[in-house]
Design a protein around this ligand. Structure first.
Ligand code: 5AD
Ligand code: SF4
Length: 429
């Protein structure tokens, strides 16, 4: 979401004649996009602002956007010296106005207001992180209030974009040569637009599965979506994938814990049993869907037994990839009031143990690809080996292979010859 926000802000700035520079030292404006979901983001911001201020020559205008901007607002001016303006998560459409205000009235301008009704969600081709892959936000905010999470506070309530607008964007991206769109949002499958516009004629048991079918009908080559909320994940989503080849075979379904007691304290609204039923359906699909997850270790009150249940769930689920996090207390969330009783050393121990289990499962999973042919979108030159190209399979695995510049932006069949720790290697066939 933050990359997508940055792309849209860069689009607004470019419309006013500002250009992104490679070298930060020559920038007239430095805009820092912050995320405080897990990190000590304020400290990082303090350090970054300090670094920018230390540079020689005239000081650039410094703006802050993202979670920290929304949560701290004007107090940031007092806490960190040198910040000129603060833009809340829904105020990014007014970035040019903020700059004008600072240039005319001086530093100290904050806008934490709501999104404008006619906010333009699209990104100019030149500002996209990739020529062939594009993010398309479909829902912003979150109503779930998991007890550890800052997002409902930093991003506000769930608001869905009209399907007609999403389809318009996808069609335009397709015309401009984009091969893969990612429908993004904190909980994409909680998608609930205010109007039917764009969904007419598309069946499905939820607005999200109808949207998937509508986006599939645009004929764009690949569609991925994340993140899905387990409680709202229904079998019809898998059916939509099975009906449409361009809906990719990857589902990111964060479980967060394998213990019902911890899940209840996290207020995740699913149980281990209900989650397993959903993944059983995903795994039974002939589309061979890759399943990925997020997990938090060391949540307040997590005992060794709870943690062992998480390890058991990993063995059961055989995730293609798991993003493991150590619990980090976020001020003002309900869990902040709970006793953070798992020591930092124990959190690290559980993290490493789960990582070890996941690595073994993942190695088995990756080895299973050897000899198979997967369809890969050639996205860029590999950073490690200049003669190789790098891209993702439909199941969202990183795949590297020898290739020429001419292949960039196209979808190629790659026969897998090697499994690395986190990626696959092969040859175009
Ligand atoms: N501590 C640790 N991990 C967290 N996440 C969200 N909030 C916290 C927190 N306070 C993780 C969850 C979520 C992912 C985006 O970040 O696993 O799915
Ligand atoms: Fe945070 Fe829970 Fe919302 Fe995800 S669903 S963004 S973890 S509150």
């Amino acid at each position: 979401m933050n990359v997508s926000d940055s792309e849209r802000v860069a689009t607004s700035l470019a419309a006013e004649g500002l250009e992104l520079v490679e070298d930060e030292l020559s920038a007239d404006l430095v805009l820092i996009n912050t995320c405080s979901v897990r990190e000590k983001a304020e400290q990082k911001l303090y350090t970054r602002v300090g670094e920018v201020k230390l540079r020689e020559g005239t000081k650039p205008v410094i703006g802050v956007m993202g979670c920290v901007a929304q949560l701290e607002g004007e107090t940031l001016f007092k806490k960190i010296n040198g910040i000129d303006f603060v833009l809340g998560t829904r105020a990014v459409g007014r970035v040019n106005e903020a700059i004008r205000k600072v240039l005319s009235d001086g530093p100290g301008y904050a806008d934490l207001g709501e999104r404008e009704a006619d906010y333009d969600w699209s990104v100019a081709d030149a500002q996209r992180h990739s020529r062939s892959v594009a993010f398309v936000p479909i829902i912003e905010g979150c109503n779930k209030f998991c007890t550890y999470c800052i997002v409902p506070f930093s991003r506000g309530r769930e608001t869905s974009l009209p399907a007609s607008e999403i389809i318009r964007q996808v069609l335009e991206l397709k015309r401009n040569g984009v091969k893969e769109v990612h429908l993004i949002g904190q909980n994409v499958n909680s998608y609930r637009p205010l109007t039917e516009s764009g969904l007419e004629g598309f069946k499905g048991s939820s607005p999200f599965s109808r949207l998937l079918r509508a986006v599939a009908a645009t004929g764009i080559e690949r569609i991925k979506f994340n993140t899905s909320f387990p409680r709202d994940f229904n079998a019809d989503i898998v059916e939509a994938i099975e009906e449409n080849e361009n809906l990719c075979n990857w589902v990111h379904l964060p479980v967060q814990s394998g213990s019902n007691k911890v899940l209840k304290d996290m207020r995740r609204l699913h149980t281990v049993e209900s989650y397993k039923k959903k993944i059983d359906r995903i795994k039974a699909s002939p589309r061979n869907i890759a399943l990925t997850t997020d997990i938090i270790v060391g949540f307040p009150g997590e005992t060794i037994e709870d943690f062992e249940q998480t390890m058991g769930l990993f063995e059961y689920s055989e995730y293609a990839t798991a993003y493991i996090f150590k619990y980090s207390p976020r001020p003002d969330t309900p869990a902040y009031a709970m006793r953070d009783d798992v020591s930092p050393e124990e959190k690290t121990r559980r993290f490493l143990e789960l990582e070890r289990v996941q690595k073994q499962l993942q190695a088995k999973h990756l080895e299973g690809y050897i000899g198979r042919t997967v369809s890969v979108l050639a996205e860029k030159r590999s950073a490690k080996s200049p003669s190789d190209l790098s891209g993702h399979s439909t199941c969202h695995r990183v795949v590297n292979f020898p290739g020429s510049d001419g292949m960039l932006g196209s979808i190629v069949d790659v026969r897998i010859t090697q499994a690395k720790a986190n990626s696959l290697y092969g040859e175009v066939v």
